[in-house]
Design a protein around this ligand. Structure first.
Ligand code: OGA
Ligand code: MN
Length: 291
């Protein structure tokens, strides 16, 4: 069997219909990479894939990044199942791009739904290429001249306004230094995307009030329905997002409900590059916070 596709919304998200053998064989991997860059999110509904097949499929698309030594990370607020990641769940309620406090965020992540929330728990993805493309030329020129500071602590404080010393030790700026990036990513392909995320704590050259106001205005723009695909999980769904051309968040859910997703992440292949700043690996080794 080869595959067929059905777009989920006009601007983001495509369902791919195929079978497991086709996916793990790698015969359509090249097509899927092209489609992923174009559509931001690919969905394989109800696949109920085994761990080893998820790993096999992922490795046809790129290089798997080990997270704390593992190929599969359990994304769940259940501390018993995910001692490292459980505490970060509330931080994922806010739109973000994984790894914006490093030079080269992951290329993509592949999630497999093991258990879903009875209410909430949908994951929303926004197309950051489309958000940029639709701006006026004047706005594009202005944003293309900006640089911003990303901080894991900024987004985690939104979720945990009164952090404990242990939380500060896990994601505070002392251990996870803030990272400077352009506001607009100039991709190798020639396309440009906004790097919009609640990890942005300030915009260089603007005072805090002006910086906050601009971010709020951009986030309102970014959340327009035409840029967003909201995925309502069913057990067994497999979904890939292009982490270089989308932002994502999870809709709040009951943290004791047992929601559990298995995640495989692919290593980044392209450092964030803007119009005037090039790759600097200064904090690649020091950033420890992974979600
Ligand atoms: C992630 C993430 C969202 C979700 O795995 O990086 O943000 O729906 N997950 O759990
Ligand atoms: Mn995330």
């Amino acid at each position: 069997m080869s595959y067929t596709t059905v777009d989920l919304t006009p601007r983001i998200g495509t369902e791919v219909r195929t079978d497991l053998a086709t996916l793990t064989s790698g015969t359509i991997a090249r097509d899927l990479r092209v489609l992923l860059e174009k559509r931001g999110v690919l969905l394989f509904r109800g696949l109920r894939i085994a761990d080893e097949d998820q790993i096999k499929f992922a490795s046809t698309l790129g290089t798997i990044r080990l997270e704390h030594g593992l190929q599969i990370t359990k994304i769940t607020p259940d501390v018993a199942k995910s001692p490292i990641f459980a505490d970060y769940t509330k931080g994922t309620y806010f739109f973000h791009i994984d790894g914006t406090y490093t030079d080269m965020p992951g290329l993509a992540s592949i999630l497999h739904a093991r258990a879903v929330a009875p209410a909430g728990g949908q994951t929303e993805f926004g197309n950051t290429y489309a958000m940029y493309d639709d701006l006026s030329d004047e706005e594009k020129n202005y944003l293309d001249g900006l640089e911003v500071i990303h901080s894991a602590e900024k987004i985690q404080r939104l979720a945990n306004p009164n952090p404990t010393p242990a939380q500060i030790a896990a994601w505070g700026e002392a251990v996870n230094p803030p990272k400077r990036h352009p506001m607009v990513w100039h991709h190798r392909s020639g396309r440009k995307s906004l790097i919009l995320a609640h990890t942005i704590k300030s915009i260089i050259g603007l005072d805090q009030a002006a910086s906050d106001a601009l971010l709020e205005r951009l986030m309102t723009w970014a959340e327009r329905p035409e840029y967003i695909y909201r995925h309502d999980w069913q057990v067994g769904d497999l979904l890939i997002w292009d982490n270089t051309g989308t932002m994502h968040r999870v809709v709040p859910f009951d943290l004791s409900c047992g929601r559990e997703l298995d995640r495989v992440t692919l290593l980044g292949e392209e450092p964030i590059t803007g119009p005037f700043r090039y790759h600097d690996q200064s904090n690649e080794k020091t950033a420890k916070y992974l979600p």
